[in-house]
Write a protein that binds this ligand. Structure first.
Ligand SMILES: [Zn+2]
Length: 343
C-alpha cells in the first residue's frame, strides 16, 4: 500500500491530486516515494509514477515537473495528462497496446518544498537547474547563468560539488530508468520565458551543437509533418537564448555520452511562454506567481489542454523510435540541416 502524505488540497493542491490519482488507479501504475523533504514540519514525498512495459530493453520516456517550485503549471499539465492516460487505460485498447511497447516514468513534483512555498529554488535556496557540476563555456550572463554568492539571490548554485537531495533524486532516477535503455527521451516542463512555447534541447552550457542534433532534427520533422497546425512550438537549442552553469540535463547528457554505449538519450525541456498570459492579462504583472502561471480559469484549462497532443506524440515517438531515428547514412544530412538552422 503506498504511503500517502494526506496533505490537504488547500495546502498543496497538486500533491493532493497526485495522491488521488495513485489511490484511484493503483492497479494500473507503479508508484514509489523516492525521498521525503521536510518543510515547516510537513513531510513532503517526492513521488514517481511508472506505467507501461516492464521489458528490460523497453524504450522509455521520462516526464518531469516542478523542478522550479513557482512554475506550478509544469506539474499541472503533467497531472492533467496522467489523468487522461489513466482514464483511457480503462477502455482504450490502442493505448494499452502502445503501453505494452513503451515505458513511461514520471516525477511530476520534483521540488516539493519549492512548490509548497511557491519559490523557484528548493527550501535551501538552491536553484536545482544550476546545481549540477557543469561549468558553462564562454560568456554567461551573471547572475542568471548561476551564482555562488548567496542563496538569498536568485539562480544560486549551492555549495560546490554538493548535489541537493532533489537533484540527487533526479540524477539517480534518470540514470536508473532512462540511461540504461537503448532509447530514451526526457521532457522537463517549465514556464516563465518569452511569448512562445519553446522546446529546448541541450546544451545549456555552451553554444556548440549536441552530438544528437540529427535525432532532434528528425523528431522535429516528424512532429511538424504530423501536426502542421501545432506550429506554436518553437523547437531550438536552449543556448540560442542563454547559457547557464549547472544544468542537470547537461550533466545527465554528459554522463550518457561518457558511458560509451550506443544508447540514445534525448533530454528536452518545455518552456511555456508565460509572458503571453501576462500580455493578455496585465494585472498578472503585479503578482509574482502570475509571471509563471496562467491565472484566469479559462486560460488555465486552455493551457492544460494545449500540450496533451505533444505528450501523446512523444509517447508514440518513443515507442516507435526505430521508425524515425535517422540511420547512419541519414545522420549527416540531418546534422547539416540543424547546423544551418541554428548554429
Ligand atoms: Zn523553470
Amino acid at each position: 500500500m503506498p504511503h500517502f502524505s494526506h496533505i490537504s488540497p488547500t495546502l498543496f493542491l497538486e500533491l493532493h491530486q497526485l495522491e488521488q490519482l495513485i489511490a484511484k488507479y493503483g492497479t494500473d501504475l507503479r508508484s514509489e516515494v523516492l525521498a521525503t523533504i521536510t518543510v515547516d514540519g510537513l513531510n513532503l514525498p517526492i513521488w514517481s509514477i511508472e506505467l507501461g512495459s516492464q521489458a528490460a530493453d523497453a524504450p522509455t520516456i521520462g516526464f518531469f515537473g516542478g523542478v522550479h517550485g513557482m512554475e506550478r503549471i509544469g506539474s499541472q499539465i503533467l497531472l492533467a495528462w496522467l489523468e487522461n492516460l489513466l482514464a483511457r487505460c480503462q477502455w482504450d485498447e490502442g493505448l494499452l497496446h502502445l503501453l505494452s511497447k513503451v515505458r513511461l516514468v514520471c516525477i511530476p513534483l520534483l521540488n516539493v518544498g519549492g512548490l509548497l512555498k511557491s519559490t523557484r529554488s528548493n527550501p535551501n535556496g538552491v536553484d536545482l537547474m544550476r546545481n549540477a557540476p557543469v561549468e558553462a563555456q564562454g560568456f554567461t550572463a551573471w547572475p542568471l547563468g548561476g551564482q555562488r554568492l548567496s542563496p538569498k539571490l536568485p539562480w544560486y548554485r549551492g555549495q560546490k560539488n554538493q548535489l541537493e537531495i532533489e537533484s540527487q533524486v533526479l540524477v539517480r532516477y534518470v540514470q536508473e530508468k532512462l540511461l540504461g535503455q537503448p532509447f530514451s527521451l526526457a521532457m522537463d516542463c517549465h514556464s516563465g520565458f518569452g511569448l512562445r512555447d519553446r522546446i529546448w534541447f541541450p546544451y545549456a552550457s555552451h553554444r556548440q551543437a549536441p552530438p544528437h542534433l540529427a535525432e532532434a532534427v528528425a523528431l522535429r520533422e516528424i512532429f511538424n509533418t504530423t501536426y502542421p497546425n501545432h506550429s506554436f512550438y518553437l523547437m531550438e537549442p536552449q543556448s540560442l537564448n542563454y547559457t547557464t552553469h549547472g544544468d542537470l540535463w547537461d550533466y545527465l547528457y554528459q554522463v550518457q555520452l561518457q558511458s560509451g554505449n550506443n544508447h540514445v538519450f534525448l533530454p528536452f525541456t518545455l518552456e511555456m511562454g508565460s509572458w503571453l498570459w501576462v500580455k493578455k492579462n496585465p494585472r498578472q504583472l503585479f503578482t509574482w506567481f502570475g509571471h509563471f502561471n496562467p491565472i484566469l480559469p479559462h486560460r488555465l484549462t486552455r493551457v492544460l489542454r494545449r500540450h496533451l497532443t505533444l505528450f501523446d506524440f512523444l509517447l508514440s515517438a518513443t515507442a516507435s523510435y526505430q521508425y524515425w531515428l535517422p540511420s547512419e547514412e541519414q545522420r549527416d544530412e540531418y546534422t547539416q540541416l540543424g547546423l544551418q538552422r541554428w548554429y
